[in-house]
Design a protein around this ligand. Structure first.
Ligand SMILES: [Zn+2]
Length: 396
């Protein structure tokens, strides 16, 4: 089935043309293709956000400060994000995802890897995220981050079951999520690995974001969360480990040897004061994520470069590009963007601004305007629902 009609982008200001057939970059221009003219713009690779949370998309609309102010990482989770995720219903989740995805596309991000949790709306939550991504034209890997922190083991079983319900499409792949080693039992970790193998997919999990995760794994008799997840069979090759702030050099090398991807989230790590992920420099498989901050990856990369300089990390340059290899692996595509066999995802920039965005050969942003929705209307709706969400959080 063709994802879209053939599309020919260009020529751009350098005379470059790029063809997309059946959602993939093609070597030669197709007959009778639709033409997307670039004006004085330049065709370029788009961006991949390798770890984020669409459920936090309303946070930019004046989320009240937690009180009393959190001092530790676990308090930040307890007083802010674990309260927000419990307050989500279908409507707030939908608008949260719409707002986040729309802004990410307008910024030239064409794929994101989401990690979702909404404990009072587990069943059907990933269908909402799927619909939003399909409507607006975002490529995505989706999972529910199974956890036992609210309702115990049954909660995790339901979370893992939700991961099975994502139907693959030209834009979407379901993967298997675990919240983090420190909020799940051995049974849940084992089950996540088993489901990932059964579905020929991977596991997406937070790892060593804070020392609390490391201390928990040690109290259970492991060297750290990486060793625990690996020993219990959850680290299927290709799995995605978000953060790794407190992994040692040897652990980063072990993740690499297990063919796992690591994802650095510099704005989030700085904001949560968990530290700089020093040892990620010892793997070539490190992508860049926003971890719930906006999906403008140029902003994320600027933060990365600023922090990398402070920490003498000379390996930061390729992290944004590594996201392409991660996404290509899940869609069985060539990893180098804009080459034949790669995903048909790209941007056209003009005067430093994003003019067009193409995902799988579909024009999702044209002349700076979203094709699948109205950004102003989404923003107004999101603002309205955000107030409702803050009220619900305050009542918890
Ligand atoms: Zn995260």
């Amino acid at each position: 089935m063709a994802l879209t009609e053939p599309l020919l982008i260009g020529p751009d200001r350098h005379g470059r043309r790029v063809a997309v057939i059946d959602g993939m970059i093609a070597a030669s221009p197709p007959e009778g293709a639709r033409i997307l003219s670039c004006g004085d713009g330049e065709i370029a690779a788009s961006a991949v956000c390798a770890h984020t949370h669409l459920y936090s998309g309303l946070a930019c609309y004046g989320m009240p400060q937690a009180s009393p102010p959190p001092e530790t990482f676990v308090q930040i989770l307890e007083r802010v994000w674990w309260r927000l995720d419990r307050a989500l219903d279908a409507e707030t989740l939908r608008l949260s995802a719409m707002d986040y995805v729309a802004r990410a596309l307008l910024a030239g991000t064409t794929a994101l890897i989401d990690h979702h949790e909404s404990p009072h709306l587990i069943e059907g939550s990933l269908a909402i995220l799927t619909e939003v991504c399909e409507q607006l034209g975002m490529r995505a890997l989706l999972c529910y981050g199974a956890t036992e922190r609210n309702f115990g083991r049954e909660e995790a079983v339901r979370g893992l079951a939700e991961c099975r319900r994502v139907p693959a499409s030209p834009l979407i792949r379901g993967i298997v999520g675990l919240h983090a080693s420190f909020t799940v039992s051995d049974d849940t970790v084992r089950e996540a690995g088993a489901i990932a193998r059964e579905l020929a997919t991977i596991v997406h999990v937070h790892i060593a974001e804070d020392l609390a995760d490391v201390d928990d794994a040690r109290s259970r008799g492991y060297n750290g969360p990486l060793e625990r997840l690996s020993a219990l069979g959850a680290l299927v090759p290709g799995s995605i480990l978000a953060h790794g702030v407190h992994l040692s050099r040897a652990q980063v090398e072990l993740a690499d040897a297990l063919s796992c991807w690591l994802v650095q989230n510099p704005r989030s790590n700085e904001g949560n004061r968990v530290g700089y992920a020093e040892n990620l420099r010892y793997s070539d498989r490190v992508a860049l994520g926003a971890d719930g901050w906006n999906g403008d990856m140029a902003e994320e990369e600027a933060a990365l470069f600023r922090l990398a300089k402070v920490h003498d990390d000379d390996r930061a340059a390729h992290r944004l590009a590594t996201g392409h290899a991660l996404i290509a692996e899940r869609f069985a595509a060539v990893p180098q963007p804009l080459t034949p066999g790669a995903l048909g995802d790209l941007v056209v920039r003009e005067n430093g601004r994003v003019r067009h965005v193409v995902v799988g050969g579909r024009i999702v942003v044209e002349n700076g305007r979203l094709a699948g929705g109205d950004m102003d209307a989404i923003s107004v709706g999101a603002q309205k629902l955000a107030v409702r969400l803050w009220d619900r959080m305050a009542a918890m």
